[in-house]
Design a protein. Structure first.
Lengths: 500, 231
């Protein structure tokens, strides 16, 4: 027994309060401790996940009050899967940024590591909690860490980006709170399973209004179309690894919250037009915007938004195959997009104004980083034999099963668009001559960053060649999400055996 | 055109808000009881806490409170990085007007009373209305008054940060002790005593006092940071 799910939240919080004290003792501890915590979280999450796969869902009560009355944490094949990816990506991002601002600015570095650790912990909290108000609290923690990280380089642009994010995030948090108030007024409970079991008792008009407010509230973190105005700015202005953390961790939590709300809370089965329509609009607008960007990180940010749209479309099909495809996309995106951000920020670091045209010929100066970037670009646009191919293929087969011709057409056209804008970068990297006029002499990337990039590249190649190694887990997770009845039973009954 | 769309969307938003909140149906006939009755019963019978709100905040939904305390901690830490502009020299104030003699001598007189009231409010959080958040805020207002009245009044940022950290660590530690002694995080593992006694409610008053210290230190730090803009 290495721990229980609550440690996934309690230990990072304890460490966050400890770090200011530790920093007074030895400055290096400020960067070592978050790494140890994230490594422990990854280990704990993976161990618990294996337990859950082999036996049964873990439902943990908090403060000794069972499910409908107290708060509970649900560690199921789905939440365990997501929390394992998130903690692992958190560790990778930490590894990449280990030497960030080292020996330069102590206060800034301390804040950076506290925010990064709490960003990961709160995102995991969003996923494993079984209570809507608790989820709201974790969304707040994630949000505040994210605003602070966006504003990290205290310049004019990052302040603007952070302020935009702050305003949108706070407004959406209010909308989420309104949704929670409506649900509580109607049903008298905040527990997800209890709400799911009683959702039919809720007046239809209030149910619709609550759902609209939920979508507005969660949509900002999930980057759906009208609510994602903050994303390109925030991804561009935040430090490089933070962009990776946003794409790999925070957005996944947002998507999970959205999907849990639709599938479990409101207990909708069958195709969900609203998710498909929102997803399609997000996909089309984001990918066509990505085509027009002349800054690398901005392009990656739009690409990330587009991928999330595709994930929502796949979830919206509402079938086992669709959910499977969506989870596969989330897994791939969680690994590939941070890899693109991390390698991309090395490339971008060596330019003056962060424009794509300035990385011309970088492939000759930084061959390894460029090669990893190319690998990520090929994988995310869905070329075989990389991992992205399998997830896109599963989206297509899931859509074909349901005869959704429009989705198939759209996915194929969008893939073409993706290939165009990624190959534009690849072309500049490798098939142009290096020009010192527009770039600066490249710095050598640190060993820690290279290790992080190689691990991610290895995983992408591995999943690409052996997709069957993950499909079993994805299948279980998809089944877990689809089976609302099982979720309700697990939460409301397992609680009874815990209390005396 | 753009403005018309914005106004239209705001109107739709407002309409939905209006119809929901004109009649939120808090007292509507429902098929189920909800959690209300359970909380009211158990607060008296098991937790022996006179203030139900405190019992809910610290025990039933203590995990949320831990989260909210973290939100405050993050906000205080982030303040320097989001709200910034051209810095003054260290020690200079944003508010440069000197306070009058009345404020100065009045503040000296009231400050101990305000602090005492704050301590009273969070120590009696489980018995009377109020608690850690309220008491901490009251203490912070006392420091605000002193900062306004005296230009050379200063508080060590390190001490505030140590208090803040220790209170946070204490909260999580009591949660973990509950896990070790009772099996669940934040479990009330101490004896609950007699209803309405000062020493009753198990860990509830202890945690609320820690929250009080934390909130007081954090808000004082916030005021100090904004006033001095040191970041």
């Amino acid at each position: 027994m290495v721990g229980s799910p609550v440690f996934l939240i309690a230990i990072p919080l304890l460490a966050a309060f400890l770090i200011p004290l530790l920093g007074m003792v030895w400055k290096e501890l400020v960067r070592i401790v978050p790494g140890l915590v994230l490594a422990y979280l990854t280990f704990l999450s993976a161990t618990l996940y294996i337990d859950v796969i082999n036996s049964d869902t873990i439902v943990e009560t908090i403060a000794g009050w069972r499910a409908p009355w107290g708060i509970d944490l649900v560690f199921s094949p789905l939440t365990g899967f997501l929390s394992t990816i998130m903690t692992f990506m958190g560790f990778i991002v930490w590894l990449y940024s280990y030497r960030f601002k080292r020996n330069v600015e102590f206060e800034a570095a301390k804040k950076y590591f506290i925010f990064l650790m709490l960003l990961v912990a709160a995102s995991v909290g969003i996923v494993i909690t079984g209570d809507i108000f608790n989820q709201f609290v974790f969304i707040e923690i994630t949000g505040i860490s994210a605003y602070a990280l966006t504003a990290f380089y205290t310049g004019r642009n990052s302040a603007e980006a952070a302020f935009k994010y702050l305003v949108m995030g706070s407004l959406s948090a209010s909308a989420l709170l309104i949704a929670i108030i409506i649900v509580y007024a109607q049903l008298g409970t905040l527990n997800m399973a209890e709400i799911a079991a009683n959702i039919d008792n809720m007046n239809v008009e209030y149910r619709i209004i609550a759902m609209i407010f939920f979508i507005i509230g969660i949509g900002v973190e999930a980057e759906i179309f009208p609510l994602n105005g903050w994303a390109p700015d925030a991804y561009t202005e935040a430090p490089g690894p933070v962009g990776g953390a946003f794409a790999g961790i925070v957005v996944k939590a947002g998507i999970y919250a959205m999907v849990r709300m639709m599938f479990t809370l409101f207990n909708i089965s069958g195709p969900m037009q609203i998710l498909i329509i929102i997803g399609m609009i997000t996909l089309i607008i984001a990918e066509t915007s990505a085509l027009r960007q002349d800054k690398l990180k901005r392009m990656l940010a739009y690409s990330s938004i587009g991928q999330m749209g595709l994930v929502l479309v796949a979830f919206g099909m509402g079938t086992q195959a669709g959910v499977f495809a969506a989870l596969f996309l989330m897994l791939n995106h969680a690994i590939i997009k941070p890899m693109l951000f991390l390698s991309g920020s090395y490339l971008e670091f060596n330019t003056k104004n962060k424009y794509i045209k300035e990385i011309t010929g970088m492939g000759k100066k930084m061959p390894v980083v460029s090669a990893i970037f190319v690998l990520g670009a090929l994988a995310i646009s869905g070329l075989p034999p990389f991992s992205g191919f399998w997830s896109k293929l599963s989206v297509l087969t899931a859509a074909a099963d349901e005869n959704m011709i429009l989705i198939i057409t759209l996915v194929l056209i969008i893939s073409l668009v993706e290939i165009v804008y990624y190959f534009r970068v690849i072309n500049r990297l490798f098939f142009f001559d290096y020009d010192l006029e527009i770039s600066v002499e490249p710095h050598k990337p640190g060993w820690n960053g290279m290790v992080a990039l190689f691990v991610l590249a290895g995983i992408i190649l591995f999943i690409g060649f052996y997709p069957s190694s993950v499909t079993g887990f994805l299948d279980l997770a998809a089944r877990d999400l689809m089976d609302t009845h099982d979720y309700i039973n697990n939460v409301l009954q397992l609680g009874q055996s815990i209390i005396q | 055109m753009k403005k018309a769309i914005v106004i239209l969307m705001l109107a739709v938003f407002g309409y939905f808000l209006a119809i929901t909140f004109l009649d939120p149906q808090f007292e509507a006939e429902r098929n189920r009881d909800g959690v209300k009755k359970f909380y009211l019963d158990k607060t008296v019978s098991e937790l022996k806490t006179a203030n139900t709100v405190t019992a809910i905040v610290v025990n039933f939904r203590g995990f949320d409170t831990l989260g909210e305390v973290t939100v405050l901690f993050l906000a205080a830490t982030a303040l320097g990085s989001i709200l910034f502009k051209k810095r003054h020299h260290i020690g200079d104030r944003t508010v440069l007007l000197p306070a009058s003699a009345i404020v100065g001598s009045g503040a000296k007189l009231i400050f101990p009373a305000i602090t005492l009231l704050g301590v009273y409010v969070f120590v009696h959080g489980h018995l009377t209305p109020g608690g850690g958040f309220q008491g901490g805020t009251i203490i912070a207002t006392g420091f605000l008054l002193m900062l306004i009245a005296y230009r050379d009044f200063s508080i060590s940022h390190n001490i505030l940060s140590v208090i803040e950290s220790l209170a946070g660590i204490g909260f999580v530690t009591f949660g973990l002790l509950g896990f070790m002694n009772g099996g669940t995080f934040l479990q009330n593992f101490l004896g609950t005593g007699v209803l309405n006694d000062l020493l009753s409610g198990g860990v509830i008053p202890i945690i609320y006092i820690l929250v009080g210290f934390k909130v007081a230190a954090e808000l004082t730090g916030l005021i100090y940071t904004v006033l001095h803009e040191k970041g």
